[in-house]
Design a protein around this ligand. Structure first.
Ligand SMILES: Cc1cc2nc3c(=O)[nH]c(=O)nc-3n(C[C@H](O)[C@H](O)[C@H](O)COP(=O)(O)OP(=O)(O)OC[C@H]3O[C@@H](n4cnc5c(N)ncnc54)[C@H](O)[C@@H]3O)c2cc1C
Length: 338
């Protein structure tokens, strides 16, 4: 007699382990549920290309984001807890040095100082001779950077240690239903959640959503003599990365038909940086990724209309690292009906 075929079973089968799948699987496991993730990283992986900055202020006027006081404490609590679990420092507290590009930009900043915005103050960087700053500068603090690479890699290792990660491409044709049970190859699951990022636009279970197309370029720069204490902001940002590297970006392109690096943007950015920063730098890489954005920047926490055990967690847009932890908690509450 042939051996009985052994199925792997999970309460929740999750497709995708970017920030959405990582944060959601963490919340589900904390709620005592078993998870299994299928993920295949792409070259243009959004969560790994991000600057991963958490900043309470938004827009040209540096006003407090309307939900900052709710989402930032939840984000920090989540990342510090994961740092302890994964034995790695995921959170760095920084200040954001803002170099005014003209009088109007300095004026916008001063208005916030006069209004008593607690996150903002006049300042000048300690490396004064490193910058060309004719309109002066100011400071936003505290802001935070998250080490996305360590978080995603360590979480993948943690999942592997629990036999909860399969690194392959999920194929819709292999999915079967029998009653409420979901079957995929040799896996059975009670629930299925799609966390596919921008590729989720093509998900056949959730068609006609309000997704827009949005891609961003980022450069990885080596700047050996620049302090890693701060994030530097003018028309674009320099964000401390690992070693002596800085993430530099980004742009927002809404119409495109490829994810090839935008060389024109790269040259413009390098020229602009040479006139702003007086220290030597070298470009070591050029990344491109799509933001999973929707019209009106609405996040997508959805349940399928017929298959009530199929869900969609997406639309994290430009705020996967800051709003992601609160949204993952909200999604788990929705699914577990608590
Ligand atoms: C240039 C740039 C800068 C950014 N900066 C910030 C920032 O400073 N702060 C902030 O909060 N946010 C920032 N963001 C936004 C943030 O990166 C996103 O909101 C977040 O990463 C989205 O995560 P996700 O898990 O939804 O998508 P993704 O990171 O794309 O993850 C989806 C995963 O699913 C996998 N997948 C998809 N389909 C399948 C399949 N069929 N089979 C197997 N695997 C599959 C993909 O390969 C991927 O691993 C930035 C984004 C960009 C592009």
């Amino acid at each position: 007699m042939p051996d009985a075929f052994v199925f792997m079973h999970a309460d929740f089968l999750i497709i995708g382990q970017g920030m959405a799948g990582t944060l959601l699987s963490d919340e589900l496991m904390r709620a005592g549920k078993s998870v299994l993730i299928i993920d295949k990283k792409e070259v243009h992986n959004t969560s790994l290309a991000a600057s991963a900055v958490i900043n309470p202020l938004v827009g040209k006027n540096w006003t407090l984001a309307k939900d900052a006081e709710r989402i930032i404490p939840v984000a920090l609590e989540t990342y510090y807890r994961l740092s302890e679990l994964l034995q790695v420092d995921l959170v760095q507290q920084k200040s954001l040095l803002v170099f005014h590009r003209d009088d109007a930009s300095r004026q916008n900043f001063s208005i916030q100082i006069q209004a008593g915005n607690p996150f903002i103050q006049e300042d000048y960087p300690t490396q004064r001779s490193a910058w060309d700053a004719p309109f002066g500068s100011g400071k936003v603090a505290p802001v935070y950077t998250i080490d996305a690479q360590s978080l995603l890699n360590k979480w993948a290792l943690f999942l592997q240690s629990q036999n909860a990660l399969i690194q392959e491409y999920f194929q819709f044709e292999e999915l079967q239903f029998s009653g409420h049970a979901i079957r995929y190859k040799d896996i059975t699951a009670d629930n299925l959640i799609f966390c596919e990022g921008a590729i989720g636009r093509q998900n056949p279970f959730f068609p006609s959503l309000t997704f827009t197309h949005n891609r961003g370029d980022a450069l990885l720069l080596s700047i050996p003599h620049l302090s890693h204490e701060h994030i530097y902001h003018k028309d674009f940002r320099l964000v401390p990365h690992r070693d002596h590297l800085f993430w530099c970006g980004s742009n927002y392109i809404w119409e495109y038909d490829s994810l090839e690096p935008n060389l024109e943007w790269r040259i413009e950015t390098e020229i602009a940086l040479k006139s702003w920063l007086k220290l030597p730098f070298e470009t070591v890489d050029h990344w491109v990724a799509e933001r999973p954005t929707t019209a009106g920047q609405q996040s997508l926490l959805l349940q399928h209309a017929q298959h009530k055990n199929i869900y969609f967690f997406n639309g994290l847009g430009t705020r996967g690292f800051s709003a992601g932890p609160s949204l993952a908690k909200e999604m788990v509450q929705l699914m577990l009906n608590v």
